[in-house]
Ligand binder design. Structure first.
Ligand code: XMP
Length: 429
């Protein structure tokens, strides 16, 4: 193993992710583990040079103050106890904190600043091989950042022992299913099962206008298709997952309640009985991107903007029809192309088009024509809880409008959404 590690044991501090990032910023890999880890489990982690027992306001769980086992206090690994309740030795001032941390990590623990993506990848490759041995792993590869990075890492570690399943549900952006096939099958030589489930999804969604119902149908159908593919394959024992650290935090820890439950795969039947391989589960989003880049994935995959799980399904408003779905996909592609050309691609957090179930009168070739309209949305946000509207240059908006109304079949009007969140949400449904 190439990297040294400082383990943070969670004694109820909400600051643990921040602390892990501070340690990583000093060049040392850090992981957070629950307070009830045993000494044997701790010893099984690679290259642990020190432990930080980080207490905080959630230290009392169900009326009982939690603590780590006495064995861990007594063992020979250097430990720092940080209790935010009492007379904490932990400075609040950033520079002093950094000094205190450096002193502990480098002087007391003797750790080396050897955390970087190359070492992380090398260590994960070794750990994945140890876990999987000669067995087979299955992965649902959506083409999103996390599943793409985990796929690339698993391919590097176990090659053809991995089977990726890409379900094209017809709700992806223009060119995305093709890119998944090109990058993973053709360039990285992966075992990739491409499932064309477009008709199946659109048939299930036909006539369904309620957004929550649409989301449920898409989620449930996805699991069904994936499960069918899993059953066709023989001898799979592991399921790869692109779980990342924020997913774990949001799902709740032993000391912090869940914000929302994550169900990357949720709902797969028990008899499929896979063990999980989750090599990114200790990485933050920017680190996942850096990992993908170091693995050679294209920027368009690694830096792609957030895209809702139900995809264009929630941007084709109301009951999805094929003509409007095609119009939203084509107009979105034009918007993305123009934003890229005009330097807005890396600047704007999320931008897309939505198509309401609304026709208006217009003129085409001197004749009255009732056609659809398309809404452009372009927003910036830090955490997606609130958002502001990007000040897109007016002449660019006019140019995009001209392109959409001339190139996208059945669209005669383009609108720009000026609403921040709140009161609007980022998506339209
Ligand atoms: P809203 O519309 O709630 O969106 O302001 C906030 C962020 O979440 C994304 N979003 C979703 N992501 N499944 C997802 O995986 C969904 O059903 C979903 N709905 C919204 C949205 O794109 C934005 O980034």
């Amino acid at each position: 193993m190439k990297q040294d590690m400082i383990v943070i044991l969670d004694l109820g501090s909400e600051e643990n992710p921040r602390l892990a990032r501070e340690i990583r910023a000093l060049g040392v890999y850090s992981e957070i583990h629950p307070h009830d880890i045993t000494l044997a489990e701790l010893r099984a982690l690679p290259n642990v040079k020190g432990i930080i027992l980080n207490g905080g306001p959630n230290r009392v769980v169900d009326g009982v103050e939690i603590d780590v086992s006495q064995d861990i206090y007594n063992c020979d690994i250097p430990a720092l106890l940080v209790d935010h309740k009492g007379d904490s030795p932990w400075p609040e001032n950033a520079e002093e904190r950094k000094q205190a941390l450096s002193n502990f990590i480098f002087t007391i623990c003797g750790a080396e600043a050897n955390w970087n993506m190359e070492n992380f990848i090398a260590d994960q490759v070794e750990l994945i091989r140890q876990q999987v041995g000669g067995k087979k792993v299955l992965l649902a590869l959506s083409g999103g950042v996390d599943s793409s990075v985990v796929a690339a890492l698993l391919i590097k570690a176990i090659g053809k022992q991995l089977t990726c399943v890409h379900v094209n549900h017809g709700l992806l952006r223009k060119g995305e299913p093709e890119q998944v096939v090109k990058v993973f099958r053709e360039e990285l030589g992966a075992n990739l099962v491409y499932v064309d489930a477009v008709d199946r999804f659109l048939d299930k969604l036909a006539g369904v206008a309620d957004p929550e119902q649409k989301r449920k149908i898409i989620g449930a159908e996805f699991i069904r298709v994936f499960e069918e593919e899993a059953r066709k394959l023989e001898g799979i024992q592991f399921l790869g997952q692109g779980t990342i650290y924020p997913d774990i935090i949001e799902s709740g820890t032993k000391t912090v309640k869940a914000v929302k439950s994550h169900h990357n795969v949720g709902g797969l039947p028990e008899d499929l009985n896979f063990a999980l391989v989750e090599p990114l589960k200790m990485l933050f989003k920017d680190e996942v991107r850096a990992c993908g880049k170091a693995l050679g994935l294209p920027d368009s995959m690694v830096y792609r903007q957030p895209f809702p799980g139900p995809g264009l399904g929630v941007r084709c408003l109301g009951a999805i029809t094929r003509d409007r779905l095609e119009a939203v996909r084509e107009s979105d592609a034009i918007l993305r192309e123009e934003f890229a050309k005009n330097g807005l691609e890396g600047k704007v957090w999320q931008y897309f088009t939505a198509i309401p179930d609304l026709k208006s009168v217009g003129v085409r070739e001197n004749k009255r024509a009732d056609e659809w309209c398309v809404i452009i949305r372009a927003v910036n946000t830090v955490d997606a809880m609130t958002a502001t509207v990007e000040n897109v240059p007016f002449d660019l908006l006019q140019h995009i409008t001209a392109r959409i109304t001339s190139e996208v079949k059945g669209v005669n009007r383009v609108l720009f959404d000026l609403t921040p969140k709140p009161t609007g949400t980022i998506e339209w449904e």
